[in-house]
Design a protein around this ligand. Structure first.
Ligand code: 13P
Ligand code: SF4
Length: 349
């Protein structure tokens, strides 16, 4: 089972074109925009929730204004528990939808609703539902990087930080799993848990671009470096890893591993918080399949990159269509599988 190729290639080409055309802000504009955003956040009782892959300027602003910079699980938890009446989610669309589903009474805004994800696009709800119908006896576990409609069809939602633990738990309960959409994360979880899993065949265009051969070459240049890998990467890349985990788990691994050099196979936006965590260590971006014009993502998610400061400073403009709405019937079902994820996480801490 796979995605309909057209919308993904179109969305990717639009995102890459936008990234190529973006011109850097002058330092005056940047300072003006930051001031404006800070004032607006106060005025609207709003809080910024940013993913580790967004522009470091956006992450710093979220930190300075009492918001949150985190992985997708923590973004969901923070939004649900925040007292703010408006959540400004800087990430990709599924993150905004998750925030809205968990807090229907709050206003959820994003710098742009065009910021999508290849995993979400690669798992259309109707095709997914047909796939699920083939396996009525299986527990449906979907990755958070999916639409609200796909979450509504699922029994459980997981993020990469709890996928292994949750599938391990379900396996111990004697459950068979239907997993979607990321096949690499699914394979990794299957190997870690030994669970019986059938997989949807989606992938992340950013992590798929890391190649074992190129990482082995980097290891030859930096033999003392540890390799950190996000589990959305291919199996041969994961096989080279000293640590595999979600974005927050990789930051933790950077802290705890003894190595002073770290080769990091995930989006380079993570360097901002990772370098804060290990100021004395050298972070080396893992090479991708191509370079310059020949790489698609260059370890930089083109949709995360859409959360620019100039988009963010327009987030409260009523003329900009960037509010997240999720139909209540879909939200109601998706809330159940999302809440189960949050409850499972709570039971672990
Ligand atoms: P995390 O849950 O690890 O933050 O991952 C989200 C994501 O989109 C990775 O590509
Ligand atoms: Fe989606 Fe990959 Fe971008 Fe994460 S890095 S948001 S999985 S396309």
């Amino acid at each position: 089972m796979n995605a309909t190729a057209q919308p993904l290639s179109e969305a990717l080409s639009n995102a890459l074109t936008l990234r190529e055309q973006a011109s850097p802000l002058s330092s005056e504009d940047q300072a003006d925009f930051i001031l404006r955003i800070k004032e607006q956040l106060k005025q609207h009782n709003a809080v910024l929730i940013a993913h580790y892959y967004t522009d470091p300027v956006v992450q710093a602003l979220a930190e300075e204004t009492g918001g949150c910079v985190s992985d997708s699980l923590e973004m969901a938890r923070f939004g649900a528990e925040s007292d703010a009446s408006t959540l400004v989610v800087c990430g990709v669309k599924f993150m905004g939808e998750t925030a809205k589903i968990l807090s229907p009474e709050k206003r959820v805004l994003m710098p742009t609703l065009e910021a999508t994800c290849s995993l979400d696009l690669g798992c259309p709800a109707e095709e997914f539902s047909t796939f699920c119908d083939l396996y009525p006896e299986r527990e449906i576990v979907v990755y958070a990087n999916t639409s609200a409609a796909v979450k509504a069809r699922a029994d459980w939602v997981v993020t990469s930080s709890i996928a292994v633990d949750l599938v391990d738990y379900l396996d111990a309960e004697g459950k068979k799993i239907l997993w979607a959409p990321d096949r690499y994360l699914g394979d990794y979880v299957q190997k870690q848990t030994g669970a019986d899993m059938v997989m949807w065949q989606g992938s992340c265009i950013v992590h798929e671009e890391f190649k074992s051969k190129r990482i082995e070459e980097a290891k030859a240049v930096y033999p003392d470096a540890a390799v950190l890998v996000h589990p959305e990467s291919p199996e041969s890349v994961i096989a080279l890893a000293d640590a595999v985990g979600s974005t927050s788990q990789l930051i933790e691994a950077a802290r705890t591993l003894p190595n002073n050099k770290l080769i990091v196979a995930t989006d380079q936006g993570i360097f901002y918080k990772m370098q804060q965590a290990v100021p004395d260590k050298e972070l080396i971006i893992a090479p991708t399949a191509g370079e310059g014009a020949t790489c698609r993502s260059c370890a930089n998610c083109p949709w995360m990159a859409m959360n620019s400061l100039d988009q963010l400073q327009l987030v409260f403009e009523s003329s900009v269509a960037n509010e997240i709405f999720v139909p209540e019937d879909t939200a109601k079902l998706a809330r159940r599988s999302l809440q189960r994820m949050l409850d499972f996480r709570k039971s672990q801490v």
